[in-house]
Design a protein around this ligand. Sequence first.
Ligand SMILES: Cc1ncc(COP(=O)(O)O)c(C=O)c1O
Length: 394
Amino acid sequence: MAAFLDSVPISGIIRIRDMMYSVDKPFRLDQGDVSFDAPPSVKDAMLKAVHDNRTHYLPTNGVPRLLELLAEKLRRRNHLPVTGPEELMVTTGGIHAQYLACQALLEPGDEVLVPDPCWPPTASIVMTSHGVPVPYTLDATRGWQPDVAEIESKITSRTKAIVVCTPSNPTGGVITRADLEAIAALAIKHNLWVLADEAYEDFQWEGDHFSIGSLPGMYERTIALHTFSKTYAMTGLRLGYLAIKDKTIRMRAHKVLLYTASNISSVVQFAGIGALEGPQDYVEEFRKELFARRQIFHDGIVTNAKGILTSHLPAGAFYNFVQINPEWQSPLKSEHTSLSWAMTEYMIKAGRVGCIPGADFGAKGEGYVRLCYARDRDELKGALESIGKILTRT
Ligand SMILES: Cc1ncc(COP(=O)(O)O)c(C=O)c1O
């Protein structure tokens, strides 16, 4: 059974990260990490936990106070009809929450409809759970919206779930409420689950974030996937959570949590309590700053990469998925046949600018590169100047 893992891909994001280590003074616009540091409420709570000797085993699903706060947050912010903390589990980041969900839900050969383009681990996690990812298109010409009729056309007797990721990594697209309602109707009609990846729920620039699990009849068929990584600048601390109403699926997820982690790091869970109990104005400051950087970065691409890269202001998340002029040719002797890999290689080798080739996010991402604008303003400025220089040479 283990050999099937040989065919599960490792995301290009990791290959790029390794390439970036050999670059002198790099501009790290490749990874989805914010430049901010975690708020003092997070650090203080973690240090206090250390000094209070909170270093022992914990209940597998999480510290009761953290689970209570999260249940309350999901009810208040996401409008999910969560009955109580027993429906929740904390995980080692959002990626682990996805892993638990897929392991708990999928039988071998079950199909999962996954957006294309999509954050690469989503499809790979489906595969590690012996499932089959089936892409559905996000349409660049319509702000990366899904076509609900196309989603329905891909449903077969093997389909188990639909992944909905809004705001989206890599596109920055936000699914409209009408489309979320239509996807929910499909899920109900065809008796499907929805995996709702809400990693960027606090970074939506157009309209308010809306959780599909809050629609009537949806919470019981939705697995809500959340993370502290982006909202509280806690990427390295690794704290995520998920909510599952269904007792059977929840018990399966609980076993996966138990046998992969026993419990999530105690001090990190206390950091999570600090994040939720502490002032939320840090999140508001992060939001405001990212909103400003979105415009700065967009304007910089429009000015510095004219004719070669096309930018649209993203509606959410903190990525700009820029389109590469198909006529562009790399001045490097590139071994890559893919335009997005050739551009990525050129950006890194000639400009020291990290980015991720669109092809890594799925077939529909080819012709684009993803740049993260959550880096600090100096780094963005340096990257934009460098892009300007190297692209006027081509
Ligand atoms: C769409 C999406 N979902 C989930 C995650 C999981 O994040 P983490 O495991 O760092 O909490 C990420 C991280 O980049 C993401 O982009």
